[in-house]
Design a binder for this molecule. Structure first.
Ligand code: GLY
Length: 308
């Protein structure tokens, strides 16, 4: 029997699925472009899938225009609470942090947790663990931008019926950044990072820190990173569902089927980016737009798109 061809390295990133306004599209394009270029540099020089996605996600966390790290949406108390998660498909190790308040790069915290004996740390305990395990903290106020202060004021002014917590408004940046990669050895990694949903209840955790919901990676199936309204994604276990679908479907079909199910069975809105174990790339979303970019060894330059 012929040996299967070696896997081809590939990387896909996203910067959220929602009704991205015209005046924010260019910033989303720029964020995705910077992330794909930096992450691809790691992969094309033989680097690990894990390092490529951490590199890409860190860049998007640094980008104030995106809902991750500094510039994230505010909760009802006017504070930033961040969730992030990461998974290594070679050994199925996963790490997540949730509701952390003192880190510009929560993906670093998630990666630190992944290599510990824990899977998920939350709140003040997570903040404390990361500080004592080599992750440099910032002041909580350093994560807050004037734009988000204004956005929260506008949201609260709408009142309880249309205000926070009633629904996932497509006009709110209630999304996430994320990345999935396969490296030249066939190892797959996936991760995500978010400020969650604007005007969320303090202590609210979405899907992004949870393996199987916001992200999943398994070298025997593929890798997935999700974005969108966290509650339905959590109930569905969206990332794990995509990984299961990858056993019998290519990346494009697995992504599409899962998003159809998210909508029809869970009334959810969002998107997924996917890489199959053969390096095939897929994505799907049921929101007006999803900022994304991808690159593989057969492409001369990255694709940047998703309606932006
Ligand atoms: N998907 C991000 C969140 O709902 O928190």
């Amino acid at each position: 029997m012929d040996k299967p061809p070696p896997p081809r390295a590939a990387l896909i990133v996203h910067a959220g699925a929602w009704a991205i306004p015209d005046d924010e599209r260019e910033a989303h394009r720029a964020g995705c472009t910077a992330a794909i270029e930096a992450g691809w540099e790691v992969l094309k020089t033989g680097g690990r899938a894990l390092d490529a996605i951490v590199t890409a996600i860190r860049i998007m966390e640094d980008d104030f225009s995106l809902n991750a790290g500094r510039g994230s949406v505010l909760n009802l108390d006017g504070r930033v609470e961040l969730d992030a998660g990461i998974m290594d498909g070679s050994d199925l190790s996963a790490g997540g942090v949730a509701a952390v308040t003192r880190y510009k790069h929560p993906i670093d915290g998630a990666e630190r947790v992944r290599t510990s004996r824990h899977v998920l740390l939350v709140g003040s305990g997570a903040d404390r663990y990361l500080e004592t395990h080599g992750i440099h903290p910032c002041e909580p106020e350093d994560l807050i931008t004037e734009r988000e202060v204004e956005r929260l004021k506008e949201l609260l002014a709408k009142g309880p019926q249309k205000g926070p917590g009633t629904d996932f408004g497509m006009d709110l940046p209630g999304d996430t950044v994320g990345a999935v990669a396969i490296d030249q050895t066939g190892n797959i990694a996936a991760g995500a990072s978010t400020g969650g949903v604007a005007g969320k209840m303090p202590g609210r955790m979405g899907d992004t820190a949870i393996p199987g919901s916001g992200y999943f990676a398994d070298n025997l199936a593929g890798g997935v990173s999700c974005t969108g309204w966290g509650e339905p994604i959590l109930r569905m276990g969206l990332a794990r569902r995509v990984a299961d679908l990858l056993r019998d479907n290519n990346a494009t079909d697995a992504a599409w089927i899962a998003i159809q199910e998210l909508e029809s069975r869970f009334k959810g809105k969002g998107g997924v980016i996917v890489i199959g174990r053969d390096g095939s790339i897929g994505f799907s979303y049921n929101t007006p737009a999803m900022a994304l970019a991808y690159m593989d060894e057969e492409m001369e330059m990255p694709f940047i798109g998703g309606g932006i």
